[in-house]
Design a protein around this ligand. Structure first.
Ligand SMILES: [Fe+2]
Ligand SMILES: [Fe+2]
Length: 166
């Protein structure tokens, strides 16, 4: 069993966002394997550096997507991303300064944050998308049931209409 397991409840878009998340999960596992085996600081620093750039790329992609879809809590979500990146840069600095204990903390910090953030915050993107689709479907169904403005409405008469004589 991997240190950080991908699970079905982490699915967001079945596309680029999930692909990014899966890549980050793989990087966390790579980082964990390296630190658990006591790999040197250079090896750990190199995996961490790839993880940081992939995370940054992913967060930017996610923020662009949220902006395009008019996600209402974009600013709040972005704050969470920024705080996480700050935390990671802090750990990277400490690793560079020779903090040996930092290496073992890295994979757990990344796993715990990603696991919670994907399941709690990123999931809101999926919920918003579904809500918007339902609203669009409802609006389309409503539009189809109302004749277009200006359209000539011809009343339907029975095929044979008997005129009543007095
Ligand atoms: Fe994400
Ligand atoms: Fe996110």
């Amino acid at each position: 069993m991997a240190y950080f397991e991908w699970a079905e409840d982490m699915v967001i878009d079945g596309g680029p966002i999930d692909k990014d998340h899966r890549l980050l999960v793989d990087l966390v596992n790579e980082l964990h394997t390296a630190t658990a085996r006591g790999a040197g600081r250079e090896v750990v620093a190199s995996i961490l550096s790839r993880t940081l750039s992939s995370t940054r790329e992913h967060l930017t992609r996610e923020e662009t997507l949220m902006q395009q879809m008019g996600f209402p809590d974009l600013e709040q979500h972005k704050c969470g991303h920024e705080a996480f990146m700050e935390n990671l840069y802090g750990l990277q600095r400490r690793l560079e300064e020779g903090g040996i204990t930092v290496a073992s903390q890295l994979s757990s910090v990344l796993r715990d944050w990603l696991s919670l953030h994907i399941r709690r915050n990123d999931k809101e993107i999926l919920k918003f998308q579904r809500r918007r689709q339902r609203e669009q479907q409802r609006a389309a169904a409503q539009a189809a049931s109302i004749p277009a403005l200006g359209a000539k409405v011809t009343p339907k008469l029975p095929a044979k209409t008997k005129l009543l004589s007095r």
